[in-house]
Design a protein around this ligand. Structure first.
Ligand SMILES: NC(=O)C1=CN([C@@H]2O[C@H](COP(=O)(O)OP(=O)(O)OC[C@H]3O[C@@H](n4cnc5c(N)ncnc54)[C@H](OP(=O)(O)O)[C@@H]3O)[C@@H](O)[C@H]2O)C=CC1
Ligand SMILES: O=C(O)C1=N[C@H](C(=O)O)C[C@H](O)C1
Length: 252
């Protein structure tokens, strides 16, 4: 039998961190060797001999964590939000100087959410209108969600590739925020409600019809199959991968 993959979890006491620690401990072929929280020294990841670190921390520290891990030759699986083209570009460039090291950044590890985003990209070219509504627990610190941004970017790219123009919208008078955030021309709305975990609705409209694509994470265990898949794959996937769709063989 092959040796287990040695895994560290960053943000281990958080909502996702605690679920990830449990999932790694229960997974075949993985061994939890370090669990770090705010204030812990990242050197304990390498001291513990971790091959892969999973980051579920906070947007303000996740990029710096990844650079430290890459310098140490540790593969990274990142679920923390807050990434943009500039921060992803810096990690991409860093990885060119660290051959063999892999980083997977995924805004959502729930298989249904990744499929919903893929379906939305596939459908987007056939609809005049598109808007995204994300709904989360009120303890979430960022809005809109990383998933909603990724969804809107995918829809916008599909619309552009199909030669569609701007989404129709006659609004000229509005309260600030009433039409949500503009992500590449696609409106994104964020709801924060006690009782929710993580939910998204993608609304696609034509005259006389609407297609709704909805995904619900009712429990954080929904993210774990995707996290474990990424941990197992990242060790043989050098460079930067953005989005779990690439590991599931879905069209990007
Ligand atoms: N990709 C995906 O599928 C998913 C992504 N997420 C994202 O994951 C992130 C975490 O979410 P969630 O678990 O709900 O948030 P929490 O606030 O529950 O957890 C974050 C944890 O990170 C800790 N932390 C802060 N700074 C550091 C640091 N420098 N090193 C190590 N740990 C640190 C915090 O500690 P302290 O509280 O002491 O500051 C806290 O325990 C968010 O960005 C969220 O959007 C969430 C769900 C799914
Ligand atoms: O903070 C959360 O809870 C979640 N964050 C991620 C995001 O911002 O997209 C993934 C999921 O929506 C849960």
């Amino acid at each position: 039998m092959s040796e287990p993959i040695r895994v560290a979890v960053l943000g281990a006491s958080g909502r996702m961190g605690t679920t990830t620690v449990r999932a790694v401990q229960e997974a075949d072929g993985l061994e939890l060797v370090a669990a770090l929280d705010a204030g812990d020294d990242l050197r304990s990841v390498t001291d513990a001999g971790a091959q892969v670190a999973v980051d579920f921390t906070v947007p303000s520290v996740t990029e710096q964590n990844v650079h430290v891990l890459v310098d140490a030759g540790v593969h990274a699986v990142v679920g923390t939000t807050g990434w943009d083209d500039a921060s992803l570009g810096r990690v991409h460039d860093h990885l060119l100087r660290a051959p063999g090291v892999g980083v997977v950044v995924a805004p959502n590890f729930a298989l249904g959410a990744v499929l919903a985003m893929s379906f939305a990209r596939q459908a987007a070219r056939w609809f005049e209108s598109a808007e995204v509504v994300e709904l989360h627990h009120p303890d979430k610190v960022d809005a809109p969600s990383g998933t909603a941004r990724h969804t809107a970017q995918g829809i916008a790219a599909a619309r552009a590739a199909a030669g569609l123009g701007a989404v129709p919208d006659a609004t000229t008078q509005t309260l600030d925020g009433a039409r949500g955030a503009d992500v590449d021309g696609v409106r994104v709305h964020a709801v924060r409600l006690r009782g929710l975990v993580a939910h998204e609705e993608i609304l696609l409209g034509n005259t006389g019809e609407m297609l709704t694509i909805r995904h619900d994470s009712f429990d954080r265990v929904s993210f774990m199959p995707g996290v474990l898949l990424a941990v197992r794959r990242v060790v043989d996937r050098p460079g930067l991968t953005v989005g779990l769709e690439h590991l599931l063989g879905l069209p990007a």
